[in-house]
Design a protein around this ligand. Structure first.
Ligand code: FES
Ligand code: FES
Length: 239
């Protein structure tokens, strides 16, 4: 079994400033919340860069940085035992990942793959901050088990931010200042992306309906519709 501290990360981590500098825009939506440092956020910031124990042998607890090293270890040390590893397809890339059956997709993305954009806010399926897209539909990664996702295609805010096609959406969010602390923002943008995939020409009511499951404690609500409608126009115009 993987030790709990491996899942939660080490106490040693980079500073908030160092992390935000490295993380780029997708994660940087959280940077807009400089000064707001709830303990869960701080724990995530400390844990995310700690990857050297990504793969741990469940038989003797030795740690390995890569799946290939774990495989080599199994081949020599435990030739009759199969390594409990699954493959998750995230942002069009396959990741062999060692997971516990009870781990949520959000935990796995954050603590095993280092993808911290899908954030845990309520951890009970009520706020939408952990939204990802699974097989084309928005889904709450805090209430989805990672093992359920084998064979499915997962998109996260990191994949959207890295795809220049979606620059109009990100630019519109920045232009309309549709975030304050930014903690909820990745969930809103992922939900918006799923909407625009399905409906490139939404009405304001369509946008409001699509975002109904995304909560923002900073009350940025009026700005999301403006940003998404403008982004929809930009995407249609090919900007
Ligand atoms: S953290 Fe998943 S819905 Fe709130
Ligand atoms: S911008 Fe702070 S929770 Fe939404």
């Amino acid at each position: 079994m993987v030790k709990e501290e491996e899942q939660n990360g080490s106490e040693k981590g980079v500073s908030r400033r160092e992390f935000l500098t490295q993380a780029g825009w997708a994660l940087g939506s959280a940077a807009l919340g400089a000064g707001w440092t709830p303990s869960a956020d701080e724990r995530a910031l400390q844990a995310a860069p700690e990857f050297e124990s990504k793969y741990a042998c469940p038989v003797d607890a030795q740690k390995f940085a890569t799946f290939e090293e774990l495989q080599a270890h199994f081949a020599t040390a435990h030739p009759h035992v199969a390594a409990p590893v699954t493959t998750l397809r995230v942002n069009e890339r396959d990741y062999p990942v060692q997971i516990e059956p009870q781990w949520t997709l959000q935990q796995t993305l954050q603590f095993k793959l280092g993808l911290t954009g899908a954030k845990t806010m309520c951890d009970r399926g009520e706020c939408g901050s952990c939204t990802v897209i699974i097989d084309g539909k928005p889904a709450l990664s805090c209430t989805t088990l990672a093992v359920e996702c084998e064979g499915k295609s997962i998109e996260t805010i990191e994949g959207i931010a890295a795809n220049s096609r979606w620059n109009p959406l990100i630019q519109a969010y920045m232009k309309h200042d549709a975030m304050q602390c930014g903690y909820c923002t990745p969930g809103f943008i992922v939900t918006a992306k799923a909407l625009l995939d399905k409906n490139p020409n939404p009405t304001e009511e369509d946008v409001r309906q699509a975002l109904a499951g995304n909560l923002c404690r900073c009350s940025t609500y009026p700005r999301h519709a403006k940003a998404i409608l403008e982004a929809a126009q930009g995407l249609r115009d090919g900007k």
